[in-house]
Design a protein around this ligand. Structure first.
Ligand code: NAP
Length: 285
């Protein structure tokens, strides 16, 4: 059934010009029978965030996606925070129910659903996370939720990695290391999965990759790069050449978008339509 109702959505961040969200959600809304749901870019400077959030209410936006640099700072302006987002400390989706704004983090759903699609069971695994930024927090929480047995964080800044590990010690067995240290090199030799959450290798710096010797991973370890542009990063290409199974970031992006769509509309989108919009935006097809 086609609805004539008008609702507004957007992506709030700075910068947001590169975002593929407008194409992805617009295509999904249209196919789901919501041709009058609008989705726009909302480039908002940090100093204006409070007014932007008031604007969501005043202009009666149904929802907004949130990206860098507002994912954490927006939390103090919202009326409620979902439990996952509270633990992660970041919101990437806000839903407006009649002026009541609730923040969610759909990255964790996207990450876990992508793992499930790849038939990887995180329960009882040894997971290695590269990086200690915002995405690492969502990935770490996802692994704790699924009861990974042991989680190792490796990063260029060991203090930051340790602070991240400390935040999650009550939820799992988490340790942090300098990723160039001998301890880290030893410990990753028992990894079941290695997940890159740094931007190393992301477009346009496609020749970069994290400084990890993939050859020392056990046979069959899954190498997962959450970067989605390019579709196959240098890390994944190298892992594939060495015979490891690999997973790229596009499915996480798509599945976190599916979850946001569900929160906005109460319905599940046509994933193929969303995927085609993303692939077109990334010039993949
Ligand atoms: P972030 O908060 O800025 O964190 C980035 C992390 O990578 C930090 O630990 C940072 O270390 C490290 N890092 C950055 N540049 C580095 C370099 N040159 N060498 C070594 N380490 C470096 O960013 P984020 O939000 O977590 O995003 C990280 C990546 O994940 C991006 O590529 C993003 O596109 C991707 N992502 C994908 C999805 C998806 O759906 N597929 C979702 C979210 C994010 P320092 O703290 O030392 O700076």
């Amino acid at each position: 059934m086609v609805s004539s109702e008008i609702k507004n959505f957007g992506i709030l961040g700075w910068p947001v010009g590169h975002s593929l969200s407008p194409q992805m959600y617009k295509a999904a809304f249209k196919t789901a029978g919501f041709p009058n749901y609008n989705y726009i870019l909302l480039p908002i400077h940090s100093g204006k965030l409070f007014f932007a959030v008031e604007g969501i209410k005043g202009l009666e936006f149904r929802g907004v996606n949130v990206t860098i640099p507002h994912k954490s700072t927006i939390m103090k302006y919202l009326d409620a925070i979902d439990a996952d987002a509270m633990i992660i400390g970041a919101v990437n989706t806000v839903v407006n129910d009649g002026g009541m704004l609730t923040g969610y983090n759909t990255d964790v759903v996207g990450f876990l659903s992508a793992l499930a699609e790849a038939n990887f069971l995180p329960e009882d695994c040894h997971a290695v996370i590269l990086g200690a930024g915002g995405a690492a927090r969502a990935v770490l929480w996802g692994l704790c939720k699924r009861r990974a047995e042991y989680i190792t964080i490796g990063a260029r800044n060991p203090q930051k990695a340790q602070a991240l590990a400390n935040d999650f010690l009550t939820y799992g067995n988490v340790e942090a290391f300098d990723w160039l240290s001998d301890e880290f090199k030893e410990i990753i030799q028992t990894a079941d999965i290695l997940i890159n959450t740094t931007p190393l290798g992301m477009f346009p710096n496609v020749d970069d990759m994290p400084p990890v010797d993939l050859k020392i991973l056990p046979e069959g370890a899954l190498v997962y790069d959450i970067i989605y542009n390019p579709f196959e990063t240098k890390l994944l290409r190298t892992a594939k050449e060495l015979g490891y199974p690999t997973l790229g970031g596009l499915s996480m992006l798509l599945l976190q978008g599916q979850e946001a769509f569900r929160l906005y509309t109460g319905e599940l989108p046509d994933l193929k339509v969303m995927q085609r919009a993303l692939e077109k935006g990334l010039n993949l097809k």
